[in-house]
Design a protein around this ligand. Sequence first.
Ligand code: PEP
Length: 249
Amino acid sequence: MTRKKFIAGNWKMNTNRAIALELANAIAKGAVGGVDIGIAPPFVYLDSVRAVIAETPVLLGAQDVYFEKSGAFTGEISVDMLKDVGVKFVLTGHSERRHVFGESAELISKKAHAVYAGGLILVHCIGEKLEERDAGNTFKVVQGQLEELTNQIQDPARLVIAYEPVWAIGTGRNATDAQAQEVHAYIRGAMAKQWNKDFADAVRIQYGGSLKPENAPGLLAQPDVDGGLIGGAALKAESFLSIVSAAQG
Ligand code: PEP
């Protein structure tokens, strides 16, 4: 089964308007075929970044969402609002949402199902903390986070799992090729049990955690690594595009 690699940049709470537009423009100009490419700017720049990447293959993404349709939810953004500004994919379960903002599995699950039900691509992030890995609980943790998703999610083209070991995010310490492949293969096996083998074989599993031009060729060459979710290295067009090139193989 060949899965088209998907390289996505999560800009987090970085850039300003001018930098966001310049970065989006440079990425759109350097985009190459054969790989899906996405960028997730801060909410306030989504609309203007959309204008810059319109008519290019670069997909617009959102870093978060709220599951309710509308109403008295001060500060929140709905799936329909994201669709209105051209968003195509949405992250749920990012480790910063889980561990900095304390989002519960229940909340993350509701957000994930709202994204999917709204017709968008769901990028569901899972990954263990260092103490969980050290205690031998990596598989148990990722399995539990995978179970935040139900069989209501049926289209493998609209589900992406981002395996992001928390100890590798923003630390400069990436998982080794073998560590990433081991967990990715486990995740695919767990998905085959939770859904079925055809579904599991079709879903893309991105690696995230200090992915950069130097380690991208090795990590992206692993058989179950189908792309990357990138934080720091996504903030410079040159490094982001060099990871995109590595994904071309
Ligand atoms: C992320 O936050 O999703 C991430 C992978 O960050 P970084 O690439 O900076 O480790």
